[in-house]
Design a protein around this ligand. Sequence first.
Ligand SMILES: [Zn+2]
Length: 349
Amino acid sequence: MSLFLKDQWQQWARQWGATHVPEKGWMHRTERVLGMRKGLLFRVHWGRDEDPGLHVLIRFPSVENVERLRDSLVGDSSLDALPAKGAPRRKMELDSGKKQIVRWNARPEFLLGPTSLVWRRRYALKAPKPAQIQAWVDALIESIVRSTPGFRGRCETCPAGQAQKFVVVDEQPMMMCTTCQQRLMIEGEMAERAYEMTEAQHLNGVLLASGAAIVGGVVWAGVGALTHRVFAMAAIGIGALVAWAYRRGAGRVDAVGRVIGAVLTVSSVALGEVLFYSIWVAQQRPDIGFRFDTGWYAYMFTWAKSPGEEAMPMIFSLVGAWVAMKALEKPKLAAKFEEPSEPEQRKAA
Ligand SMILES: [Zn+2]
């Protein structure tokens, strides 16, 4: 990442009368442009570490038939103006609306939902010029406008409301009437309060999550015995399973819950290793057979004599613990409202 980042999109924002959020700090690109263009809302920014690259979000009033919009975008030859001739749009994915903690497959370059299109493009070394990005965003907006109407001053969450200006909700530009804004804020506050009132059932959470940890350990040992390998994916799966079980049992998650989730994930992998050694001993010495205590002894012996062998399972279990902690973060209940700052003034010609 570049050390001295400076604003690059100001002129563009000014030309379009859009809101420009200037660069802050020096580690990450935080510059963004958001506003309304040809009746649609858009936002352009740089993704962070876990999802790097140029991000373009275009929002439109809810469409009934997402597949049809996708087909028209795929078939629109004007989008050949995008990088790589816009070819990745042929693999455009439809957004299922589900949030994933762990993504197994790569993120699609184009993601289309009933109210938005997200286009992400990674740049390894050189970022594209502002004028180029501006032209791409315009091409996308033009293409969508050809197949679906713009907002026309209407609220997007109720049938009758009027919205003259967009608001920024959870960092996304939205057209929302004042009634809907107030309703959303009150709903958020009530959900927050209800969540704070519920008591975390720690013991229930521990019981269910322990069950999940045992299941995870057995699977870990089984996979190990069959393949003689350890898999990071297995540890991530255990972390996700333990977190899911804890949340079901406890109802509410807190810092204690996150620690429990992490500890049980690490324990689950350790249990898996002990079981794995038990199986191994049983295979080598059928006269001893499968015994948990011999597995435990072999596990401890390995730690004492050649701890390097246990390094990989340990690292993977920590990755799994991190996944569990991420999965047990407090859910976001209230939408975050921001007033968009004043648009950049157009320069008098
Ligand atoms: Zn409304």
